[in-house]
Design a protein around this ligand. Structure first.
Ligand SMILES: NC(=O)c1ccc[n+]([C@@H]2O[C@H](COP(=O)([O-])OP(=O)(O)OC[C@H]3O[C@@H](n4cnc5c(N)ncnc54)[C@H](O)[C@@H]3O)[C@@H](O)[C@H]2O)c1
Length: 422
């Protein structure tokens, strides 16, 4: 039987989205360029932590979900959703090559009645200025022959409370009919759909959400650095401020931004704003503060070794605890731990890592394998990611020195005898 929905890009966004539609009884096909991913999906083996293999297996066996590398399958689907990566180039400019390649593959198969929705995070104008012209090269007209909309994905990997199904979906179409068609599709599987008037509004909505986080994290990171000089515990201050029942939302300081979205997406807007002679200064400033955090954290490790052990960084054995970009998942994309490890190595430290979710990695010129958690074997343990499976009380007992960048040990004050906190 033909699939009703095709999702181009079987990653963190595409796979959970496919599962949600299949749960609603829709026939879904995932289209990806990586054969290995397609083979795994067709065997019911999930590589995305948010979709357990048992769940995927059942859906695949029921015939509701399949995967392929063959774009020809798009001809038969009613709706085509695009969830491919939108990274930054080496010059930190938007790299739409994945989107344009996927859309090129769709254009050759576009037919009357198709609905195409871009889900990949991008700057306002992408759907209308970049995607639409490629699709209309087929000779078909938007609004008359096919529908086109933007609907940002809001997946939060590892979040069990807010999932693809119950996080409201924002939808903006090129024409009102495009919006309605896309909204109706999502309403068939997702609890709440919020319509906006244009794709540009939907595109900017997603960026606003990510910029909001980036700016607020930068604010608290800046205060953390000031607190270090003033001898005040930033975590205690944030906790106290969070007791205010209105007008305040707590953000945590940390070693830097991580994940696919927050360190990258804001710069999509910065780039686009320049076309309008406009400088998005909050975004740039937040980027500057957040990108400096691994350097600040390296100096904290150096100070801790100096004060507690009378040791130089050079030659010290350091265990980085947690390399994923956030707790309880194995996602390392843009993880600040990578930058911190490089900085510690460059300063002459001998760095190992332990992470229950990341057995080994080979990224950013670093190739490391997780070592057993034996804190006493190191001059310093640096808590970079606060995975909940770690026994932090035991860690404090066993380690000679800890630099806690996540307040995982719950130590009070900025420095105790052996726990130095961000
Ligand atoms: N991961 C998140 O937490 C998250 C959250 C919200 C939004 N987003 C956005 O969603 C989009 C997708 O992100 P992701 O995290 O799912 O990426 P991902 O890297 O996990 O998956 C993307 C998939 O697309 C495939 N792909 C690449 N080019 C392709 C092409 N031309 N045709 C078909 N498949 C292709 C890749 O092989 C990969 O399997 C990005 O714009 C991202 O910013 C991601």
């Amino acid at each position: 039987m033909n699939p009703e929905i095709a999702i181009v890009g079987a990653g963190y966004v595409g796979v959970p989205l496919a599962q949600v539609f299949a749960d609603a009884g829709k026939r879904v096909v995932l289209v990806d360029v990586v054969q290995e991913r397609v083979d795994m999906l067709n065997r019911g083996e999930s590589y995305i932590e948010d979709v357990p293999s048992e769940t995927l297996q059942k859906t695949v066996t029921s015939g509701l979900l399949s995967a392929t590398t063959d774009f020809d399958v798009l001809r038969d689907a009613d709706a085509i959703l695009v969830a491919v990566p939108t990274p930054l180039s080496r010059q930190r400019e938007p790299d739409l090559s994945f989107v344009l390649s996927a859309v090129g593959g769709i254009a050759g198969r576009l037919r009357k009645g198709h609905l195409v929705v871009l889900e990949a995070t991008t700057y306002p104008g992408t759907t209308r200025e970049e995607v639409l012209p490629v699709l209309e090269r087929s000779g078909l007209k938007v609004g008359e022959d096919f529908n086109l909309a933007f609907s940002p994905e809001r997946v939060d990997p590892g979040n069990e409370t807010w999932t693809t199904k119950n996080v409201p979906k924002v939808v903006g179409g090129v024409t009102p009919e495009c919006t309605e068609r896309a909204a109706a599709l999502y309403e068939s599987a997702i609890d709440t759909v919020h319509r906006v008037s244009t794709p540009e509004a939907a595109e900017l909505t997603k960026l606003l959400e990510n910029i909001f986080r980036s700016v607020n994290i930068a604010l608290v990171n800046e205060l953390a650095q000031l607190c270090d000089r003033m001898g005040i515990d930033i975590w205690e201050v944030v906790d106290a401020a969070a007791t205010k029942p209105f007008g305040f939302m707590p953000f945590s300081p940390g070693p830097g931004l991580g994940g696919h979205c927050i360190p990258i997406d804001p710069f999509y807007l910065t780039w686009k704003a320049r076309e309008f002679g406009f400088y998005t200064e909050f975004i740039e400033l937040a980027g500057k503060v957040n990108e400096a955090m691994p350097y600040f954290c390296r100096s904290l490790v150096s100070q801790a070794l100096n004060h507690a052990k009378q040791r130089a960084m050079k030659g010290s054995k350091i265990l980085v605890l947690g390399v994923a970009y956030k707790p309880d998942i194995g996602d390392m994309r843009e993880s600040p731990a990578l930058k911190l490890i490089s900085l510690l190595q460059n300063a002459g430290a001998e760095v190992s890592y332990h992470d229950p979710h990341v057995r080994s990695f080979n990224e950013h010129g670093l190739a490391l394998t997780s070592v057993p958690l034996e804190p006493a074997a190191y001059d310093c343990v640096v808590i970079t990611t606060d995975h909940s499976s770690i026994d932090y009380a035991q860690l404090v007992d066993d380690a000679g020195l800890i630099v806690d960048l996540r307040n995982a040990t719950g130590a009070k004050g900025t420095a105790s005898e052996k726990v130095f906190k961000l």
